[in-house]
Design a protein around this ligand. Structure first.
Ligand code: B12
Length: 212
């Protein structure tokens, strides 16, 4: 079995130690970091995402797989930068105030980083002004917000309304996600895109699907 196939398998099993070892081996064999990422780690995560969607695996597996992915990604990060994957955009990312669900947000962050975006991760329970302050400080043009609770969804609108107040609305793209959201909701609050999972978040960022 090739190294990338082994990576895909071990990542699915959430075996962080093996994923780190295999990533190290692949690096030592001069496999390019982009290939290790795309054909190994991201391919493995995509399978995990599909299986999770079909209820073939459950949340603890997703968590372990994500952790294993980080173990490999940590080794690749410096090489990816050296390999000259251009930073194609900066994204401020966070889970909105009052909401502690951050697994999906973290997965989205991984995918975006892998695709060459710089991700400024604000964590969870992020107050509205923090999103905008961080965008201003970093020069990011995309703001990604996550909410998993119907009670915290309205905070996304608060962020967008605050951007309008601060005259930042025109210069920022707002990307929203989380299980209770929908394209209609994204449109209603003035967001530029809604993405339903981490696998398609990158495509979502590239081609904003919700028109203003
Ligand atoms: C794990 C979990 C928790 C964990 C969170 C741990 C953590 N570190 O995240 C804990 C135990 C802390 C928790 C707490 C609570 N939870 Co909870 N939780 C879940 C659960 C089981 C899984 C969520 C998850 O991680 N899914 C896996 C990830 C990968 O999927 P995802 O988050 O949807 O993310 C994907 C997409 O949505 C999208 N995406 C997500 N964010 C973003 C952002 C951007 C920018 C983009 C582009 C895309 C994107 O891409 C992601 C990757 O594919 C869900 C059930 C469910 N099926 O969703 C309930 C659920 C969300 N929780 C629920 C509830 C009610 C609660 C509590 C209120 C329970 C309580 N009574 O205390 C508290 C609230 C705490 C708080 N203030 O936030 C309800 C929400 C109901 C509702 N509609 O409001 C759910 C739906 C369970 C249920 N059926 O009742 N929870």
């Amino acid at each position: 079995m090739s190294i990338v196939q082994q990576l895909i398998e071990k990542l699915q099993k959430g075996d962080a130690k093996s994923v780190a070892e295999l990533t190290r081996q692949a690096i030592d064999q001069n496999m390019g970091p982009k290939k290790i990422l795309d054909d190994g780690l991201l391919a493995g995560m995509a399978v995990v995402g599909e299986k999770f969607k079909k209820h073939e695996i459950f949340l603890p597996h997703v968590l372990l797989a994500a952790r294993a992915m980080y173990a490999g990604l940590d080794l690749l990060k410096p090489l990816l930068a050296k390999d000259g994957i251009p930073v194609i955009g900066k994204v401020v990312l966070g889970t909105v105030q009052g909401d502690l669900h951050d697994i999906g947000k973290n997965l989205v962050g991984i995918m975006l980083k892998g695709a060459g975006y710089e991700v400024i991760d604000l964590g969870k329970d992020v107050p509205p002004e923090r999103f905008l302050d961080a965008a201003q400080e970093s020069g990011a043009t995309i703001v990604g917000m996550s909410a998993l609770l119907t009670t915290t969804m309205p905070v996304m609108k608060q962020v967008i309304d605050l951007a309008k107040e601060r005259d930042m609305f025109g210069t920022l793209k707002f990307l929203v996600g989380g299980a209770p959201l929908s394209v209609d909701y994204a449109r209603e609050i003035g967001a530029d895109a809604y993405c339903f999972d981490g696998v398609n978040a990158v495509e979502c960022v590239k081609s904003f699907t919700v028109e203003r």
